[in-house]
Write a protein that binds this ligand. Structure first.
Ligand SMILES: O=C([O-])C(=O)C[C@H](O)[C@@H](O)C(=O)[O-]
Ligand SMILES: [Mg+2]
Length: 430
């Protein structure tokens, strides 16, 4: 073994990142959201970085994995999964069957959490390996097949300010079709995005239909997507599909669960996409056999890293299912990782999601910039990003000083600040 590639130390830094008051079917984003930054340091003195969810359920297994890693090589990526199974105690999460508030990714369980933890270590190992070898991460994945990756504008209904703190940015509120179109216009003008996704499940379906219609009028012929995170019944999903069939590129998770998705898919020609009913390998056979989805939104945090994302791409290709990319609140390390893996997947036919434009804070020295709706794929060694240690320390200090309110993402709790009677809506909501 090349001893320079052996891991000597692993550093975990939980942070809180500011987040705007974006609405979804569960509630509203809190003013701060937790993330975990993983650093892997080799004996050769190279440091690689990764990023994942920072809620308590992820921190515990991350600490176990971090303790077990020194002495192993950064090339031992396939071994990470067995190691995580061995050392990460899933008991705290296994009993926890609730729908994951942070990821809106269906039911959360210990296995899914472990994969999200592994994803950050895999990315950090790839970054370290790439830096040590002078190779970009995409080269370690077999090489890029495109020089830039297209992203989609991720539109949200939103408030102008967070209710308790009053903290606001300069986007203003977007609560009706005109507000959504204005937000889309700013995204298009600033970043050049050519396709638009609206996070739905917030208002009654007719209001969201009107917003998509307004977008279609303002941006004729552009790909449009609507994603209510499973908030609708089968009949409601079919009603929306019928109303919007001439303008939607796809409808994302209109309803919850493979059964319901299959029922909707059987009765409409509008393609259905998911980042909720297919988020693990175990969920694929039934969903594909029943034609429940035409597009899977990959997410390396869900699937266990960049290699596993490529495996997912191969499975989708085999079954003629399209691939796109899901995102929730993340920073520039994960955006770099997403871009590297997206650059290596030959048949990525849809623009990827990214929350990144909503994140005003980051832990890297130079923010990514979208041009023409695209990010250039970096050819620098590793991920091609540098950690800004001062920013990391400042965001970690915020985490340390937090009284616990923001250490667990909880969109329903944030909503209760404005509406004390709010509880996470049961599905179907409409
Ligand atoms: O289905 C999706 O695209 C998501 O769940 C993305 C994010 O979680 C988004 O809904 C959010 O953060 O409110
Ligand atoms: Mg979605």
């Amino acid at each position: 073994m090349n001893t320079a590639l052996v891991i000597e130390d692993v550093r975990l830094t939980p942070i809180l990142v500011s987040d705007p008051p974006l609405l979804n079917t569960q509630g509203v984003h809190q003013p701060y959201t937790p993330r975990l930054i993983v650093e892997v340091v080799t004996r050769g003195g190279t440091t690689g970085v990764g990023e994942t969810y920072g809620d308590g359920a992820y921190l515990e297994p991350a600490r176990s994995l971090a303790e077990a890693l020194p002495g192993r090589a950064v090339t031992d990526l396939n071994g990470l999964f067995a190691l995580a199974d061995e050392v990460c105690d899933g008991s705290h999460a296994a009993a926890d069957d609730r729908v994951d508030a942070g990821g809106l990714r269906g039911v959360r369980n210990a296995g899914k959490i472990r994969l999200s933890v592994v994803s950050a270590f895999e990315v950090a190992c790839l970054d370290a390996l790439g830096r040590a070898q002078g190779l970009p991460v995409h080269a370690l994945l077999g090489g890029k097949v495109r020089d830039s990756v297209e992203y989609s504008a991720y539109l949200f209904y939103r408030w102008a300010a967070h209710p308790a703190s009053g903290e606001r940015d300069d986007w203003g509120a977007a609560l009706d079709p005109a507000g959504v179109v204005a937000q889309a216009r700013r995204f298009a003008d600033t970043y050049g995005f050519g396709s638009f996704k609206l996070k739905g499940g917030v208002f009654e379906p007719d209001r969201e239909i009107a917003a998509i219609r307004a977008l279609a009028e303002a941006f004729p012929g552009r790909p449009l997507r609507l994603d209510p995170n499973g908030a609708w019944s089968v009949p409601t999903s079919l009603y929306v599909a019928e109303q919007l069939k001439d303008v939607l590129e796809y409808l994302e998770d209109p309803t919850s669960g493979t059964d319901n998705m299959a029922a909707v898919a059987a009765a409409t020609d509008v393609p259905l996409a998911t980042n909720m009913c297919v988020t693990t390998l175990a969920e694929i056979p039934e969903a594909f056999a029943r034609d429940a989805v035409r597009i899977v939104l990959s997410d390396h945090h869900y699937w266990g890293g960049l290699h596993r994302t490529r495996e997912l791409a191969g499975i989708c290709r085999t079954f003629g299912v399209g691939l796109s990319m899901h995102s929730n609140t993340h920073l520039g390390i994960s955006l770099a990782a997403m871009t590297h893996v997206a650059a290596t997947v030959p048949d990525l036919a849809y623009a990827c999601d990214s929350h990144y434009p909503w994140q005003t804070e980051d832990v890297i020295t130079e923010r990514h910039t979208f041009t023409g709706g695209r990010l250039t794929v970096s050819d620098a060694p590793g991920l091609g990003v540098e950690l800004d240690r001062d920013r990391l320390a400042a965001l970690h200090r915020r985490w340390l000083e937090d009284d616990g309110t923001h250490r667990e993402r909880d969109d329903a709790a944030a909503m209760r600040v404005a509406d004390p009677d709010w509880t996470t809506p049961a599905v179907p909501r409409w």
